[in-house]
Design a protein around this ligand. Structure first.
Ligand code: MN
Ligand code: MN
Length: 504
């Protein structure tokens, strides 16, 4: 049997478009599943993936990737590696598993939708591989924590978290429903693949993989590197989709979809990756600060890519995004550490004297702003007054990002002229937002968001009983044994800065 070169048959097998005759185009591609934005079918048929792969090649590569991840797991699971990991690093990986494992599996729905409703056969072909990718990511990121269960019972939050009403899970579900489970195939290609995956997943999957190697967590490093190679491939579905829209005069639509999802992605990555990189990763193994990673991968590489398409940075870039990148995750960290019983990991305060020096160096002004709050907390811990460091109420939560409103009063990098929370009344209901871009996303499409109840809305509506912290923890499915505690049992608060002693 003659073996044809791939180049001789690839286009024939990938490009199986045909003119529909039994149904109309609208019946086959209803707008809610695939918004063509008025671009003609023939134009969509020019869709050309930048990365070519065939099914036999795909299966061969993926089988090899899985084999190596499971081989590392088989060795590490019998070792003491996990027990010897730094408590802060354990916080980072438990947070990761709960926030990422099932949403990856759910991203398979996004890929499946593109695999059926993508507007060209070549696109549907690539999305089929993406669907298999995301299924694999869901599986390996629930399997690996499953093998940790006898050492860390809360590793089951890898599967449990998205099925609860824990506040971070509500925020993540709201984001992912907006981005892909309730999104059409064309918008998904722009928002999930071009914005979220091309821009942000590098932070969590390459940045954290590098930190994991330093920490000695070979398993986590191998796991998430394996995933990122798939993401780098299927994220490329956005580029040809954007090109067709822009070539057909739809630049404004692409820009709006990008501006919308970039902001929502920023908020969640500040919460997840910001805390892990700047507070949870052991100081001696931090390669870059979160802000430095953002500067390299977002402010430079990601923006360069979008400029190449003739797009602009989002309208809020300077005033809001470049402003928040200095301080938002520091504010989130103070909040998460204080409300630590409401998360499934043990937050590491990460503010020993040496760590504070590092924070001041990377974020000049940190001591005069966030350090002041930690001074008070440190005094309370040293006085043995732990209850004073714990919350008694729920914070105000943004009705878009669903993360607590965090704009530390007086902090020199915070918003000076638009104090949060922003109040917005719409059709008889009052909404609160943490920032102008969160409010903007609501106002450009209120029908999409107006029915949602955030955790505090649910509290006020009487869904949470009894209406106190205990009732809230039960509502979030957090048992006393699962509730987060300080990762090092407050060791950081008892360290003193080295005294400068001058020689006699
Ligand atoms: Mn994935
Ligand atoms: Mn993906």
């Amino acid at each position: 049997m003659p073996q044809l070169a791939r180049s001789e048959w690839y286009d024939l097998t990938r490009d199986m478009n045909w003119t529909l005759s039994y149904v109309t185009e609208d019946q086959a591609f209803p707008e809610e599943m695939s918004n063509g934005f008025g671009v003609s079918t023939e134009q969509w048929w020019t869709w050309d993936e930048p990365y070519k792969i065939t099914y036999p090649e795909y299966v061969h590569i993926q089988a090899g990737k899985d084999a190596s991840v499971y081989a590392v797991n088989a060795v590490v699971a019998r070792s003491k590696v996990y027990e010897q990991l730094d408590p802060g690093w354990k916080a980072a990986i438990l947070a990761h598993y709960g926030a990422v494992a099932v949403p990856e599996y759910v991203a398979g729905i996004a890929e499946s939708r593109m695999a059926r409703f993508g507007r060209a056969a070549a696109w549907r072909n690539m999305a089929t591989y993406g669907m298999l990718d995301e299924t694999r990511h869901g599986q390996i990121q629930t399997y690996i924590p499953y093998t940790l269960l006898h050492k860390e019972p809360r590793a089951d939050w890898a599967h449990k978290a998205p099925h609860t009403n824990e506040w971070g899970a509500i925020a993540a579900r709201s984001l992912f429903d907006d981005m892909f489970t309730a999104n059409d195939a064309v918008s998904t290609a722009i928002q999930l693949t071009s914005t979220f995956e091309t821009g942000f997943t590098n932070l969590q999957f390459l940045g954290m993989a590098a930190d994991a190697m330093g920490v000695g967590d070979l398993e986590f490093s191998a796991l998430i590197s394996s995933i990122q190679t798939d993401e780098a491939r299927h994220a490329q579905q956005g580029e040809p989709t954007m090109k067709i829209l822009i070539r057909n005069g739809k630049r404004e639509i692409v820009q709006k979809l990008l501006d919308h999802m970039f902001w929502r992605s920023w908020k969640v990555f500040a919460l997840l990756t910001g805390l892990s990189m700047d507070y949870y990763t052991p100081l001696e193994h931090r390669r870059h600060s979160f802000k430095e990673f953002m500067a390299e991968w977002i402010n430079k590489q990601f923006v360069d890519q979008f400029r190449d398409f003739g797009l602009e940075t989002p309208w809020y870039w300077n005033e809001h995004y470049l402003n928040e990148v200095n301080w938002l995750h520091h504010a989130y960290h103070l909040g998460v550490w204080t409300w630590r019983p409401t998360v499934w990991w043990n937050p590491d305060a990460g503010v020993s004297p040496q760590e504070r020096d590092w924070l001041e160096e990377k974020y000049p002004g940190w001591n005069d702003s966030f350090g002041k709050y930690w001074d008070v907390i440190t005094d309370n811990v040293r006085a043995g007054d732990i209850p004073l460091t714990l919350p008694e109420t729920l914070p105000m939560v943004c009705n878009m990002c669903h993360i607590p409103v965090c704009t530390p009063a007086g902090f020199n990098a915070g918003y000076l002229d638009s104090p949060a929370p922003l109040i917005h009344d719409y059709q008889g209901r009052r909404y609160t937002f943490c920032s102008e871009p969160c409010k903007w996303i609501f106002t450009i499409n209120p029908a999409r968001f107006q029915g949602h109840l955030g955790i505090v809305d649910r509290f006020l509506a009487g869904h949470i009983q009894p209406p106190d912290l205990g009732g809230a923890l039960a509502y979030m499915s957090i048992s006393p044994a699962e509730a987060g505690q300080d990762a090092t049992n407050y060791a950081w608060a008892h360290e003193h800065a080295p005294l400068l002693v001058s020689a006699p």
